[in-house]
Write a protein that binds this ligand. Structure first.
Ligand code: GLU
Length: 438
Protein backbone atom coordinates (compact mmCIF):
# COMPACT_ATOMS: atom_id res chain seq x y z
CA UNK A 1 0.00 0.00 0.00
CA UNK A 2 1.34 3.47 -0.81
CA UNK A 3 2.25 5.60 2.15
CA UNK A 4 -0.61 7.34 3.93
CA UNK A 5 -0.38 11.13 3.72
CA UNK A 6 -2.87 13.13 5.74
CA UNK A 7 -3.09 16.82 6.40
CA UNK A 8 -4.54 19.17 8.94
CA UNK A 9 -5.53 22.33 7.10
CA UNK A 10 -6.55 25.08 9.52
CA UNK A 11 -7.27 28.67 8.62
CA UNK A 12 -5.63 31.20 10.94
CA UNK A 13 -8.75 33.31 11.23
CA UNK A 14 -9.68 32.71 14.86
CA UNK A 15 -8.76 31.10 18.13
CA UNK A 16 -7.72 27.47 18.07
CA UNK A 17 -10.67 25.52 19.38
CA UNK A 18 -11.48 22.03 20.58
CA UNK A 19 -12.99 21.00 17.25
CA UNK A 20 -9.82 21.92 15.35
CA UNK A 21 -7.68 20.15 17.92
CA UNK A 22 -9.76 17.00 17.56
CA UNK A 23 -9.47 17.10 13.73
CA UNK A 24 -5.71 17.59 14.03
CA UNK A 25 -5.50 14.74 16.54
CA UNK A 26 -7.45 12.27 14.40
CA UNK A 27 -5.20 13.06 11.43
CA UNK A 28 -2.11 12.68 13.61
CA UNK A 29 -3.38 9.39 15.07
CA UNK A 30 -4.11 7.99 11.64
CA UNK A 31 -0.66 8.98 10.39
CA UNK A 32 1.04 7.43 13.41
CA UNK A 33 -1.15 4.31 13.24
CA UNK A 34 -0.27 3.70 9.60
CA UNK A 35 3.32 4.89 9.69
CA UNK A 36 2.24 7.68 7.37
CA UNK A 37 2.99 11.38 7.10
CA UNK A 38 1.17 14.11 8.99
CA UNK A 39 1.18 17.39 7.08
CA UNK A 40 0.31 20.81 8.42
CA UNK A 41 -1.03 23.07 5.71
CA UNK A 42 -2.13 26.57 6.55
CA UNK A 43 -5.12 27.77 4.57
CA UNK A 44 -4.42 31.45 4.87
CA UNK A 45 -5.98 32.81 1.71
CA UNK A 46 -8.46 35.05 3.47
CA UNK A 47 -6.14 38.00 3.90
CA UNK A 48 -8.68 40.17 5.62
CA UNK A 49 -9.27 37.67 8.42
CA UNK A 50 -5.85 36.07 8.81
CA UNK A 51 -3.54 37.07 11.56
CA UNK A 52 -0.02 36.26 12.64
CA UNK A 53 -1.31 35.85 16.18
CA UNK A 54 -3.78 33.16 15.15
CA UNK A 55 -1.11 31.46 13.04
CA UNK A 56 1.25 31.27 16.02
CA UNK A 57 -1.60 30.00 18.13
CA UNK A 58 -2.00 27.06 15.72
CA UNK A 59 1.70 26.20 16.01
CA UNK A 60 1.77 26.63 19.79
CA UNK A 61 -1.40 24.68 20.44
CA UNK A 62 -0.35 21.76 18.25
CA UNK A 63 3.06 21.67 19.94
CA UNK A 64 1.54 21.91 23.41
CA UNK A 65 -0.73 18.96 22.58
CA UNK A 66 2.27 17.03 21.26
CA UNK A 67 0.85 16.78 17.72
CA UNK A 68 4.14 17.21 15.89
CA UNK A 69 3.87 17.50 12.11
CA UNK A 70 6.23 15.80 9.66
CA UNK A 71 5.81 18.30 6.85
CA UNK A 72 4.68 21.89 7.02
CA UNK A 73 5.75 25.34 8.13
CA UNK A 74 8.82 25.21 10.38
CA UNK A 75 9.26 21.51 9.52
CA UNK A 76 9.93 21.62 5.79
CA UNK A 77 9.12 18.84 3.33
CA UNK A 78 9.25 18.12 -0.37
CA UNK A 79 5.84 19.49 -1.28
CA UNK A 80 5.96 22.99 0.15
CA UNK A 81 5.54 25.80 0.64
CA UNK A 82 2.89 24.82 3.16
CA UNK A 83 1.24 28.20 3.52
CA UNK A 84 -1.37 28.78 0.83
CA UNK A 85 -0.41 32.44 0.71
CA UNK A 86 2.94 31.31 -0.75
CA UNK A 87 1.57 28.95 -3.36
CA UNK A 88 0.32 31.35 -6.07
CA UNK A 89 2.52 29.75 -8.75
CA UNK A 90 1.13 26.29 -8.00
CA UNK A 91 -2.43 27.60 -8.33
CA UNK A 92 -1.55 29.34 -11.61
CA UNK A 93 -0.17 26.10 -13.01
CA UNK A 94 -3.23 24.07 -12.07
CA UNK A 95 -5.50 26.82 -13.31
CA UNK A 96 -3.74 26.54 -16.67
CA UNK A 97 -4.49 22.83 -16.73
CA UNK A 98 -8.11 23.33 -15.87
CA UNK A 99 -8.52 26.02 -18.52
CA UNK A 100 -6.90 23.73 -21.08
CA UNK A 101 -9.47 21.06 -20.24
CA UNK A 102 -12.17 23.44 -21.40
CA UNK A 103 -14.05 23.26 -18.10
CA UNK A 104 -13.79 26.94 -17.19
CA UNK A 105 -15.47 30.10 -18.40
CA UNK A 106 -15.56 33.72 -17.42
CA UNK A 107 -18.64 35.56 -16.28
CA UNK A 108 -18.85 38.99 -14.63
CA UNK A 109 -15.09 39.02 -14.10
CA UNK A 110 -15.04 35.75 -12.16
CA UNK A 111 -13.83 32.41 -13.44
CA UNK A 112 -16.36 29.60 -13.20
CA UNK A 113 -15.90 25.86 -13.22
CA UNK A 114 -18.32 23.92 -15.37
CA UNK A 115 -19.67 20.98 -13.38
CA UNK A 116 -20.27 17.59 -14.95
CA UNK A 117 -23.67 17.32 -13.35
CA UNK A 118 -23.03 13.66 -12.64
CA UNK A 119 -23.73 12.20 -9.21
CA UNK A 120 -20.62 12.35 -7.04
CA UNK A 121 -20.27 9.23 -4.98
CA UNK A 122 -17.72 8.74 -2.24
CA UNK A 123 -17.13 5.79 0.05
CA UNK A 124 -16.48 7.78 3.18
CA UNK A 125 -14.30 5.80 5.60
CA UNK A 126 -16.48 6.89 8.50
CA UNK A 127 -19.91 7.56 7.05
CA UNK A 128 -20.01 5.00 4.28
CA UNK A 129 -21.44 5.75 0.86
CA UNK A 130 -22.39 9.38 0.33
CA UNK A 131 -23.87 10.63 -2.89
CA UNK A 132 -24.47 14.19 -3.94
CA UNK A 133 -24.94 15.95 -7.23
CA UNK A 134 -23.78 19.47 -7.87
CA UNK A 135 -26.38 21.47 -9.68
CA UNK A 136 -24.62 24.72 -10.42
CA UNK A 137 -21.31 25.77 -11.89
CA UNK A 138 -19.23 27.47 -9.23
CA UNK A 139 -16.61 30.20 -9.01
CA UNK A 140 -12.98 29.12 -8.74
CA UNK A 141 -11.31 32.51 -9.17
CA UNK A 142 -13.05 35.60 -7.91
CA UNK A 143 -13.23 38.84 -9.86
CA UNK A 144 -10.39 40.23 -7.72
CA UNK A 145 -8.15 37.42 -9.01
CA UNK A 146 -8.16 35.35 -5.81
CA UNK A 147 -8.71 31.61 -6.19
CA UNK A 148 -11.43 30.31 -3.88
CA UNK A 149 -11.24 27.75 -1.10
CA UNK A 150 -12.58 24.78 -3.10
CA UNK A 151 -9.97 25.21 -5.79
CA UNK A 152 -6.89 25.76 -3.65
CA UNK A 153 -7.94 23.05 -1.20
CA UNK A 154 -8.15 20.48 -4.00
CA UNK A 155 -5.00 21.68 -5.78
CA UNK A 156 -3.04 21.37 -2.55
CA UNK A 157 -4.40 17.92 -1.81
CA UNK A 158 -3.31 16.86 -5.30
CA UNK A 159 0.10 18.53 -5.25
CA UNK A 160 0.87 17.45 -1.69
CA UNK A 161 -0.15 13.88 -2.59
CA UNK A 162 -2.70 13.69 0.18
CA UNK A 163 -4.10 10.15 0.34
CA UNK A 164 -6.77 10.63 3.04
CA UNK A 165 -8.82 13.73 3.77
CA UNK A 166 -9.89 13.56 7.41
CA UNK A 167 -11.93 16.61 8.32
CA UNK A 168 -15.02 17.86 10.08
CA UNK A 169 -18.45 16.86 8.88
CA UNK A 170 -19.21 20.50 8.12
CA UNK A 171 -17.15 19.95 4.96
CA UNK A 172 -19.15 16.97 3.75
CA UNK A 173 -21.35 19.21 1.63
CA UNK A 174 -18.24 20.58 -0.13
CA UNK A 175 -17.02 17.17 -1.13
CA UNK A 176 -19.02 16.89 -4.36
CA UNK A 177 -17.45 20.14 -5.58
CA UNK A 178 -14.06 18.76 -4.66
CA UNK A 179 -14.48 15.42 -6.42
CA UNK A 180 -15.69 17.26 -9.53
CA UNK A 181 -12.42 19.21 -9.46
CA UNK A 182 -10.24 16.15 -8.82
CA UNK A 183 -11.77 14.43 -11.82
CA UNK A 184 -11.49 17.48 -14.08
CA UNK A 185 -7.80 17.72 -13.15
CA UNK A 186 -7.28 14.04 -13.86
CA UNK A 187 -6.16 13.33 -10.30
CA UNK A 188 -7.02 10.34 -8.12
CA UNK A 189 -9.64 11.09 -5.48
CA UNK A 190 -8.38 10.70 -1.90
CA UNK A 191 -10.15 8.61 0.69
CA UNK A 192 -12.54 10.84 2.61
CA UNK A 193 -13.30 10.51 6.29
CA UNK A 194 -15.72 13.06 7.72
CA UNK A 195 -15.63 13.25 11.50
CA UNK A 196 -18.94 13.86 13.28
CA UNK A 197 -19.55 17.18 14.96
CA UNK A 198 -18.92 18.06 18.57
CA UNK A 199 -22.15 19.15 20.19
CA UNK A 200 -22.17 21.84 22.82
CA UNK A 201 -22.40 20.73 26.41
CA UNK A 202 -25.91 22.01 27.01
CA UNK A 203 -28.63 22.08 24.47
CA UNK A 204 -28.69 21.27 20.80
CA UNK A 205 -26.26 22.45 18.20
CA UNK A 206 -22.64 22.37 17.33
CA UNK A 207 -20.06 23.62 19.76
CA UNK A 208 -18.76 26.95 18.58
CA UNK A 209 -15.66 28.95 19.36
CA UNK A 210 -17.77 31.14 21.61
CA UNK A 211 -18.93 28.31 23.84
CA UNK A 212 -17.57 27.94 27.32
CA UNK A 213 -14.53 25.67 27.37
CA UNK A 214 -14.04 25.78 23.60
CA UNK A 215 -10.55 27.24 23.32
CA UNK A 216 -7.43 25.14 23.62
CA UNK A 217 -5.39 28.12 24.75
CA UNK A 218 -7.62 28.50 27.80
CA UNK A 219 -6.77 25.01 29.01
CA UNK A 220 -3.10 25.69 28.48
CA UNK A 221 -3.34 28.90 30.50
CA UNK A 222 -5.27 27.11 33.24
CA UNK A 223 -2.51 24.57 33.69
CA UNK A 224 -4.40 21.61 32.27
CA UNK A 225 -2.25 18.63 31.37
CA UNK A 226 -2.01 18.31 27.60
CA UNK A 227 -1.99 14.51 27.80
CA UNK A 228 -5.32 14.64 29.65
CA UNK A 229 -6.84 16.92 27.02
CA UNK A 230 -5.52 14.66 24.26
CA UNK A 231 -6.98 11.58 25.96
CA UNK A 232 -10.30 13.39 26.33
CA UNK A 233 -10.26 14.45 22.65
CA UNK A 234 -9.56 10.87 21.55
CA UNK A 235 -12.86 9.89 23.12
CA UNK A 236 -14.82 12.63 21.35
CA UNK A 237 -15.97 10.41 18.54
CA UNK A 238 -13.75 7.38 19.03
CA UNK A 239 -13.51 4.68 21.67
CA UNK A 240 -11.44 1.55 22.23
CA UNK A 241 -14.70 -0.44 22.20
CA UNK A 242 -14.44 -1.35 25.85
CA UNK A 243 -15.14 0.64 28.99
CA UNK A 244 -11.74 2.17 29.35
CA UNK A 245 -11.46 5.92 29.30
CA UNK A 246 -7.91 6.59 30.40
CA UNK A 247 -5.67 5.23 27.69
CA UNK A 248 -1.98 5.74 27.04
CA UNK A 249 -1.55 7.54 23.73
CA UNK A 250 0.63 4.72 22.34
CA UNK A 251 -2.30 2.41 22.78
CA UNK A 252 -4.67 4.76 21.00
CA UNK A 253 -2.15 4.95 18.16
CA UNK A 254 -2.17 1.17 18.00
CA UNK A 255 -5.97 0.85 18.07
CA UNK A 256 -7.09 3.92 16.12
CA UNK A 257 -8.66 3.40 12.74
CA UNK A 258 -11.12 5.35 10.64
CA UNK A 259 -13.96 2.80 10.62
CA UNK A 260 -13.75 2.92 14.43
CA UNK A 261 -14.78 6.57 14.49
CA UNK A 262 -18.42 6.98 15.50
CA UNK A 263 -20.98 8.19 13.03
CA UNK A 264 -23.00 9.90 15.69
CA UNK A 265 -22.10 13.29 17.09
CA UNK A 266 -20.06 13.56 20.27
CA UNK A 267 -21.07 15.78 23.14
CA UNK A 268 -18.56 17.97 24.89
CA UNK A 269 -18.47 17.34 28.63
CA UNK A 270 -16.36 19.69 30.67
CA UNK A 271 -16.80 17.67 33.87
CA UNK A 272 -15.43 14.60 32.18
CA UNK A 273 -12.44 16.60 30.97
CA UNK A 274 -11.83 17.98 34.47
CA UNK A 275 -11.97 14.46 35.87
CA UNK A 276 -9.57 13.15 33.25
CA UNK A 277 -7.21 16.01 34.06
CA UNK A 278 -7.34 15.11 37.76
CA UNK A 279 -6.61 11.44 37.13
CA UNK A 280 -3.57 12.39 35.06
CA UNK A 281 -2.44 14.90 37.66
CA UNK A 282 -2.56 12.34 40.44
CA UNK A 283 -0.61 9.79 38.42
CA UNK A 284 2.02 12.19 37.18
CA UNK A 285 5.64 11.93 38.30
CA UNK A 286 6.23 14.52 41.08
CA UNK A 287 9.19 15.98 39.20
CA UNK A 288 7.03 16.87 36.22
CA UNK A 289 4.27 18.15 38.46
CA UNK A 290 6.80 20.47 40.07
CA UNK A 291 7.83 21.89 36.69
CA UNK A 292 4.21 22.45 35.60
CA UNK A 293 3.17 23.87 38.96
CA UNK A 294 6.13 26.23 39.10
CA UNK A 295 5.48 27.52 35.57
CA UNK A 296 1.82 28.00 36.37
CA UNK A 297 2.50 29.82 39.65
CA UNK A 298 5.16 32.02 38.08
CA UNK A 299 2.77 32.80 35.23
CA UNK A 300 0.35 34.13 37.83
CA UNK A 301 3.07 36.10 39.62
CA UNK A 302 2.44 33.96 42.65
CA UNK A 303 5.89 34.51 44.11
CA UNK A 304 6.01 38.25 43.58
CA UNK A 305 7.20 38.55 47.18
CA UNK A 306 10.20 36.30 46.56
CA UNK A 307 10.90 32.88 45.16
CA UNK A 308 10.85 30.10 47.75
CA UNK A 309 13.78 27.69 48.05
CA UNK A 310 13.69 24.99 45.39
CA UNK A 311 13.65 22.09 47.86
CA UNK A 312 10.83 23.63 49.89
CA UNK A 313 8.69 24.23 46.80
CA UNK A 314 9.36 20.66 45.69
CA UNK A 315 8.16 19.31 49.05
CA UNK A 316 5.05 21.50 49.07
CA UNK A 317 4.01 20.48 45.56
CA UNK A 318 4.72 16.79 46.14
CA UNK A 319 2.63 16.91 49.31
CA UNK A 320 -0.32 18.68 47.66
CA UNK A 321 -0.30 16.98 44.25
CA UNK A 322 -2.58 14.11 45.37
CA UNK A 323 -4.96 16.50 47.12
CA UNK A 324 -5.88 19.04 44.44
CA UNK A 325 -8.10 18.41 41.45
CA UNK A 326 -6.09 20.61 39.12
CA UNK A 327 -2.92 22.68 38.94
CA UNK A 328 -5.14 25.76 38.87
CA UNK A 329 -6.39 24.86 42.37
CA UNK A 330 -2.90 25.11 43.82
CA UNK A 331 -2.80 28.87 44.49
CA UNK A 332 -5.84 28.62 46.77
CA UNK A 333 -4.51 25.48 48.41
CA UNK A 334 -0.89 26.27 49.24
CA UNK A 335 -1.04 29.88 50.46
CA UNK A 336 -0.12 29.19 54.10
CA UNK A 337 3.10 27.47 53.02
CA UNK A 338 4.42 30.79 51.77
CA UNK A 339 3.34 33.37 54.30
CA UNK A 340 2.22 33.91 57.86
CA UNK A 341 -0.80 36.09 57.27
CA UNK A 342 -3.27 33.37 56.31
CA UNK A 343 -6.86 33.62 57.50
CA UNK A 344 -8.43 31.17 59.93
CA UNK A 345 -11.64 29.55 58.81
CA UNK A 346 -14.24 30.48 61.47
CA UNK A 347 -16.30 27.33 60.90
CA UNK A 348 -13.27 25.09 61.38
CA UNK A 349 -12.39 27.05 64.49
CA UNK A 350 -15.85 26.67 65.95
CA UNK A 351 -15.69 22.95 65.38
CA UNK A 352 -12.28 22.63 67.03
CA UNK A 353 -13.42 24.51 70.12
CA UNK A 354 -16.75 22.70 70.35
CA UNK A 355 -15.39 19.82 72.37
CA UNK A 356 -12.58 18.84 74.70
CA UNK A 357 -9.74 21.15 75.61
CA UNK A 358 -7.89 21.95 72.39
CA UNK A 359 -5.63 24.50 74.08
CA UNK A 360 -4.38 21.96 76.60
CA UNK A 361 -3.73 19.45 73.78
CA UNK A 362 -1.86 22.06 71.77
CA UNK A 363 0.24 22.90 74.82
CA UNK A 364 1.22 19.25 75.17
CA UNK A 365 1.98 18.96 71.48
CA UNK A 366 4.04 22.14 71.52
CA UNK A 367 6.24 20.81 74.28
CA UNK A 368 6.74 17.47 72.51
CA UNK A 369 7.51 19.06 69.14
CA UNK A 370 10.50 20.94 70.48
CA UNK A 371 12.43 17.67 70.54
CA UNK A 372 10.63 15.82 67.75
CA UNK A 373 12.13 14.29 64.64
CA UNK A 374 10.67 16.26 61.73
CA UNK A 375 12.41 14.26 59.04
CA UNK A 376 9.67 11.70 58.47
CA UNK A 377 5.88 11.52 58.61
CA UNK A 378 6.13 8.22 60.48
CA UNK A 379 8.20 9.71 63.30
CA UNK A 380 5.69 12.52 63.76
CA UNK A 381 2.83 10.06 63.72
CA UNK A 382 4.48 7.94 66.40
CA UNK A 383 4.96 11.03 68.51
CA UNK A 384 1.32 12.09 68.31
CA UNK A 385 0.13 8.56 69.06
CA UNK A 386 2.36 8.41 72.14
CA UNK A 387 1.02 11.77 73.33
CA UNK A 388 -2.56 10.61 72.92
CA UNK A 389 -1.87 7.47 74.88
CA UNK A 390 -0.09 9.35 77.63
CA UNK A 391 -2.96 11.79 78.12
CA UNK A 392 -5.85 9.42 77.49
CA UNK A 393 -6.85 11.43 74.40
CA UNK A 394 -7.48 10.59 70.77
CA UNK A 395 -4.97 11.49 68.06
CA UNK A 396 -7.70 13.65 66.50
CA UNK A 397 -7.68 15.81 69.63
CA UNK A 398 -4.18 16.90 68.60
CA UNK A 399 -4.55 16.76 64.85
CA UNK A 400 -7.61 19.00 64.39
CA UNK A 401 -6.50 21.97 66.49
CA UNK A 402 -2.92 21.68 65.26
CA UNK A 403 -3.96 21.66 61.61
CA UNK A 404 -6.10 24.72 62.24
CA UNK A 405 -3.24 26.47 64.06
CA UNK A 406 -0.64 25.88 61.35
CA UNK A 407 -2.82 26.29 58.27
CA UNK A 408 -6.02 28.11 59.27
CA UNK A 409 -8.20 25.46 57.66
CA UNK A 410 -9.62 22.00 58.24
CA UNK A 411 -8.82 20.79 54.73
CA UNK A 412 -5.37 20.15 53.40
CA UNK A 413 -2.73 17.55 52.75
CA UNK A 414 -1.82 14.70 55.08
CA UNK A 415 -1.35 16.09 58.60
CA UNK A 416 2.07 14.58 59.31
CA UNK A 417 3.31 15.60 55.88
CA UNK A 418 2.05 19.09 56.59
CA UNK A 419 4.09 19.32 59.79
CA UNK A 420 7.18 17.82 58.15
CA UNK A 421 7.12 20.20 55.18
CA UNK A 422 6.37 23.33 57.24
CA UNK A 423 9.23 22.33 59.54
CA UNK A 424 9.75 22.68 63.25
CA UNK A 425 10.27 26.45 63.42
CA UNK A 426 7.15 27.40 61.50
CA UNK A 427 5.01 24.82 63.25
CA UNK A 428 6.10 25.86 66.74
CA UNK A 429 5.75 29.55 65.92
CA UNK A 430 2.27 29.10 64.49
CA UNK A 431 0.96 26.96 67.32
CA UNK A 432 2.38 29.44 69.83
CA UNK A 433 0.70 32.32 68.05
CA UNK A 434 -2.58 30.44 67.86
CA UNK A 435 -2.48 29.72 71.60
CA UNK A 436 -1.72 33.34 72.39
CA UNK A 437 -4.63 34.66 70.37
CA UNK A 438 -7.22 31.88 70.75
N1 GLU B 1 -9.39 25.28 5.97
C1 GLU B 1 -10.48 24.34 6.12
C2 GLU B 1 -11.05 24.49 7.53
O1 GLU B 1 -10.39 25.07 8.36
C3 GLU B 1 -9.99 22.93 5.90
C4 GLU B 1 -10.88 22.09 5.07
C5 GLU B 1 -10.33 20.71 4.82
O2 GLU B 1 -9.80 20.10 5.75
O3 GLU B 1 -10.41 20.24 3.71
O4 GLU B 1 -12.12 24.06 7.81
Amino acid sequence: MPQVRVRFAPSPTGFFHIGSARTALFNWLYARHTGGVFILRVEDTDQARNSEEFLNLIYNSLRWLGLNWDEGPQAGGDFGPYLQSERASVYAEFLGRLKASGRTYEKDGALFFRISGEPQVIEDAIRGRVERTEEKDFVIVRSDGKPVFHFVNVVDDISMRVSHVIRGEDHLSNTSKHTELFKALGAPIPVYAHIPLILKQNGPGKMSKRDQGALVEEYQKRGFLPEALVNFLCLLGWSPKDDREKLPLEEVVRLFDLPGVNQSNARFDEKKLAHMNMVYLHEMAPERCLVLARDFLLGRSYFAGGMPAEAYLRDVIALCQPKVRAIEDLPGFIGYFFGEDFATDPKAREKVFAKGDPKARLGELLAALALADFSSDAALETLVKALAEEHGAATGDYIHPARLAVSGTAVGPSFYGLLRVLGRDRVIRRIGRFLATA
